[in-house]
Design a protein around this ligand. Structure first.
Ligand code: NAD
Length: 302
């Protein structure tokens, strides 16, 4: 299949690489030259713009930071037309970014008016899942589009869910990430309490993993440096899922809650913690670096 891939960051690069490896003809675009070069080395072709990448494609996949980037790509920005107005063909459009359900629905409606099928298809599973091709795709949009997308999503993911109509993928993803933000900050808090009281963080982690405190953040993404080999915490919180992106997702949860009069006190607390952490200069570190908010000089000397 001829597939255009827009956005080759921490997630997009390994996802596009898996499409290349599966034998698809992948044409890529990113604003960062080094990201494009890396994909070329994997066997993808480069395009000079998102429009050039998407022209002639059967499927367009986008993996961009936030709603403004997705709206810009599809609806246009600064007098530049978006893909919906500029493309001559009608490829299937799959946006895997995490954005607000409102943005997803408005792009989806504009796409439908012009004869395109647009799916919101945010993912869960992190960079590890993106590399291994084991992501979970949570898809919003019509069932026909979902069936059409399945062979492409199958290459990048292991679990595919059709969440419901347009925007539903984003609603489910935002609920999931709000819970993840709560679990990560709670895990960091529990580890810091134990260490302050003489526990070895690795021993405490093992105990909680086998007990009722076990959760994804603790079990596979331990935030304390050195406890888990290969974790972001064990490589100075470089790469991974950035604090700024978690703060964005918790902001999306907050907006969703406001709009639907839902109460999210735990999500609000997590949002404040990640916003504070970001404001202190950690926005570009992996989100598990929230651990450092709880650590003191004495902990570092232990
Ligand atoms: P990232 O910041 O690493 O990558 C985004 C890429 O998009 C960058 O390479 C950037 O140059 C590119 N970009 C921005 N604007 C562009 C444009 N107009 N045209 C072309 N390229 C453009 O982000 P990421 O970690 O890959 O995350 C992407 C999305 O996936 C986000 O919405 C994030 O919330 C979500 N997500 C991330 C993870 C994770 O673990 N990192 C997990 C699940 C979901």
């Amino acid at each position: 299949m001829h597939i255009a891939f827009i956005g080759l960051g921490n997630m997009g690069a390994p996802m596009a690489t898996n499409l290349v490896k599966a034998g698809h003809q992948v044409v890529v675009f990113d604003l960062v030259e080094a990201a494009v070069k890396a994909l070329e080395a994997e066997g993808a072709s480069r395009a000079a713009s998102a429009l050039d990448a998407a022209e002639g494609a059967e499927v367009v996949v986008s993996m961009l930071p936030a709603g403004a980037h997705v709206r810009g790509l599809y609806l246009g920005r600064d007098d530049q037309p978006g893909l919906l107005d500029a493309l001559s063909g009608r490829p299937l459009l799959i946006d895997a970014s995490t954005i607000s359900p409102e943005d997803a629905r408005s792009v989806g409606a504009a796409a439908a008016e012009r004869g395109f099928c647009y799916l919101d298809a945010p993912v869960s599973g992190g960079i590890g899942g993106a590399k291994a091709g084991t992501l979970t795709f949570i898809v919003g949009g019509d069932a026909e589009g979902y069936d059409q997308a399945r062979p492409v999503l199958d290459v990048m993911g292991k679990n595919l869910f059709h969440a419901g109509p347009s925007g539903s993928g984003q609603v489910a993803k935002i609920c999931n990430n709000m819970l993840l933000g709560i679990l990560m900050s709670g895990t960091a808090e529990a580890l810091a309490l134990g260490v302050k009281n003489g526990m070895d963080p690795a021993v405490l982690s093992e105990i909680m993993k086998q007990s009722s405190g076990g959760n994804w953040a603790l079990n596979v993404y331990n935030p304390w440096p050195g406890v888990m080999e290969g974790s972001a915490a064990s490589r100075d919180y470089q790469g991974g899922f950035l604090t700024d992106l978690m703060a964005k997702d918790l902001g999306l949860a907050w907006e969703l809650a406001l709009g639907s009069k839902a109460a999210v006190p735990m999500g609000s607390e997590a949002r404040n913690l990640f916003a504070l952490h970001s404001a202190q200069g950690s926005g570009g570190l992996d989100f598990s670096s929230i651990q450092s908010l709880y650590r003191s000089v004495e902990d570092d000397q232990r």
